[in-house]
Design a protein around this ligand. Structure first.
Ligand code: PRX
Length: 651
């Protein structure tokens, strides 16, 4: 089928899907939207009462008096861990909460009751470190039951966790530890990935040598690999020693609904990552409600979200949403390609996964490595598929739909962000689907596409994606930087009231379906990982060889976007073998400064960057060059047009 005809094709849900779905029809979907429109606070307040267990009920749903610093359910009290564990004990105590699928293919199961006791025991361990409600704890761990236990234990005590993805370097860790003034770090000796044992603790050791990490008093280390570690007994304690003598009961600390549950650092337009602050009540409500309406979660489901807990998807759809919903979920330590490219399909078959949620990048790479492999496995347990993190191209969508889902499973292409806490535009299982479109707003979310002045554009015209009203799981502020929160998300140009998502979007002329057109700022999306061009530029110019650098993205078949860096060295422009050597050095450098995921795919050298006479870097030209396209734009304002030729050369 040609791409064009595919984009016009509508995939209707089957009668079976309709018969079982929590939101059973589009009429029911529209009725929910209407209900939210007519009584916004009644809609959200009703859900919060229905879905969450409150220690102290709230009397006010939304407080807008200090907008855009909104408060939801602001005088209510609850505990997130209580809502994820304790309340299931009576009815689901013996139900499997987590099936842990280890890198080596072994698996184990943890029931809700066991998980509850593990969380309580570890929470008692954290308590023994004299942490107080509101203190920050950095979690730097690979995927595993303990990462979830650590997060839940923090939530149980009202400690604010900040999970740092295990693929980030010591330098990135320092920045995040310092900004959050973390008192404790929870980490592992190492991790298993793709059959290899990789140390993790050395990055923490290195970070803690930095004066910026003087705030850290204790490091708790979970023994995962048993590999050799350096040990500082004054500061470090093994997880198993910390909890050895402690009780496996620990009363939850009930906190205000607005109490920060976590910070999660993400990239923005500047070189400094933003500490996105989420709430307890509103965040959990949406994590849970999207489990119900988007994923249509049932007690009999086996849910598997492949995201790492280092990202927002792993927060909402591994650590919190599935547990709040009381479902059985798979937590996967490994990588999709080990021991071979059928690992995902084997795991689905082995654990009878019914809802599978992954990223387009993984789908594209698995198509390349073995488009027929899913057919060798029994995937009949699947009933719903999900996609997240980046646009899914129609061809990959169709393969996912037909080959993985057997043309019977709806695909929910969920659009959202670290800042939104959970899905904001997504099909529900009953939504008629169009490949490559995330379709319609989640009920209650007031999504719109506007122009530079903040006015709605017509369907069929592209513009800025915004959210017109606050919603419960929205970012509350940027940690330590409320001004940046206001400026980044509620810019005055748009009137100061609209939440600016940072993506371009267009609605289909006929259906009103949304298609995301990519970021409008200097944020790249590489393999579903969000990265700021400025962060990579700052890393590059920190290298003693580099005078100036500009980073742009270019389309990439598998990763979605690839990183291209244009570099001006302090010395002369290198060529041949020397250029190759410096490229390798700079890639390693960025790997150490930020993490391997930020290594540029392509580094090019010139005597200067292409700038206008006023000194502005002409990034649009650099993007054209990155794609290998001819420059047709007017370059008469360019200070130094000759260097464009230099930058065509790939090393
Ligand atoms: O550009 C959008 C893209 O990912 C960005 C958010 O990245 P992050 O905060 O890391 O959260 C990723 C996981 C929710 C968005 O601004 N994005 C996310 N989901 C989609 C998407 N682009 C298109 N379609 C999606 N389904």
């Amino acid at each position: 089928m040609s791409a064009e005809s595919l984009e016009n094709r509508i995939f209707e849900p089957s009668a079976e899907v309709k018969a079982k779905a929590a939101v059973p029809s589009m009429e029911a979907y529209h009725a929910l939207c209407k209900q939210a429109e007519t009584d916004y606070t009644g809609f959200w307040g009703g859900l919060a009462n229905e879905l969450l267990d409150w220690h102290k009920p709230f009397t006010q749903v939304l407080d807008e008096s200090n907008a855009p610093f909104y408060r939801w359910f602001g005088d209510g009290e609850l505990n997130v861990s209580y809502n994820c564990l304790d309340r299931h004990l009576e009815t689901r105590g013996n139900k499997t909460a987590i099936i842990f699928e280890a890198d080596d293919g072994s698996s184990s199961a943890v029931t809700y009751r066991e998980l509850y006791h593990r969380v309580c025991k570890f929470a008692n361990g954290l308590k023994s470190l004299n942490l107080n409600t509101g203190d920050r704890v950095v979690i730097y761990m690979p995927m595993g039951v303990e990462a979830v236990v650590a997060m839940q234990a923090c939530a149980r005590l009202g400690l604010i966790h900040s999970v740092v993805f295990g693929g980030f370097s010591a330098k990135s860790l320092i920045e995040r530890i310092h900004d959050a003034s973390a008192r404790v770090i929870i980490t592992c000796d190492g991790q298993f990935r793709g059959g290899k044992e990789m140390p993790l603790k050395p990055a923490v050791d290195e970070a803690l040598q930095d004066a910026d990490c003087a705030c850290v008093e204790k490091v708790v280390v979970f023994k995962r690999t048993g590999g050799a570690v350096n040990w500082n007994p004054a500061r470090e304690i093994w997880w198993h020693d910390l909890i050895a003598e402690l009780s496996d009961e620990c009363a939850p600390v009930f906190v205000n609904a607005e109490h920060p549950l976590f910070l999660l650092y993400t990239s923005g337009s500047t070189g400094k990552p933003k500490g996105v602050q989420h709430s307890s009540g509103g965040y959990l409500l949406h994590a849970l409600n999207t489990m119900r309406w988007t994923f249509d979660i049932k007690d009999s489901d086996v849910f598997w979200c492949t995201a790492d807990v280092g990202w927002i998807t792993g927060h909402s759809y591994v650590a919190y949403g599935p547990l709040a919903a009381g479902c059985t979920q798979v937590v996967f330590e490994g990588v999709p390609t080990y021991p071979d490219a059928s690992r995902f399909w084997k795991v689905i078959e082995k654990h009878k996964v019914s809802i599978f949620y992954t990223a387009p990048t993984a789908i594209r790479s698995l198509i390349k490595l073995g488009a027929d492999l899913p057919k060798q496995h029994d995937l009949s347990s699947l009933r719903l598929l999900g996609s997240v993190g980046e646009p899914i191209n129609p061809a990959a969508w169709l393969w996912y739909y037909e080959t993985v889902g057997g043309s019977r499973c709806p695909i929910v292409d969920t659009f959202w962000q670290t800042e939104t806490g959970g899905h904001v535009i997504t099909p529900l299982p009953v939504t008629p689907l169009v490949a490559g479109s995330c379709t319609l707003p989640f009920p209650g979310l007031q999504m719109a596409v506007v122009d530079e002045a903040g006015k709605d554009v017509e369907w069929g015209t592209g513009g800025f994606l915004v959210i017109k009203k606050p919603w419960p799981s929205m970012i509350r502020t940027i940690w330590n930087d409320p001004e940046r929160y206001k400026k980044s998300y509620f810019p005055e140009d748009l009137g100061g009231q609209l939440y600016l998502a940072g993506d371009g979007a267009i609605r289909d002329k006929h259906t009103g379906y949304f298609t995301i057109m990519g970021r409008i700022d200097d944020v790249l999306n590489v393999s579903g990982h969000r990265m700021g061009t400025m962060e990579i530029e700052s890393a590059l110019v920190g290298n003693p060889l580099v005078a100036e650098a500009a980073v742009v993205g270019k389309p990439h078949d598998i990763k979605g976007e690839a990183i291209v860096a244009y570099v001006v060295l302090k010395g002369t422009r290198p060529s041949g073998e020397e250029a190759k050597k410096i490229v390798a050095q700079l890639r390693d450098w960025v790997g150490k400064e930020i993490g391997p995921i930020a290594k540029p795919d392509d580094i090019r050298f010139g005597d200067n960057l292409p700038k206008t006479r006023s000194g502005k870097i002409m990034r649009r030209l650099l993007r054209t060059l990155a794609k290998g396209e001819e420059i047709t734009a007017d370059i008469s304002t360019l200070e130094n047009p000759a260097i464009l030729d230099q930058f065509k050369q790939v090393h």
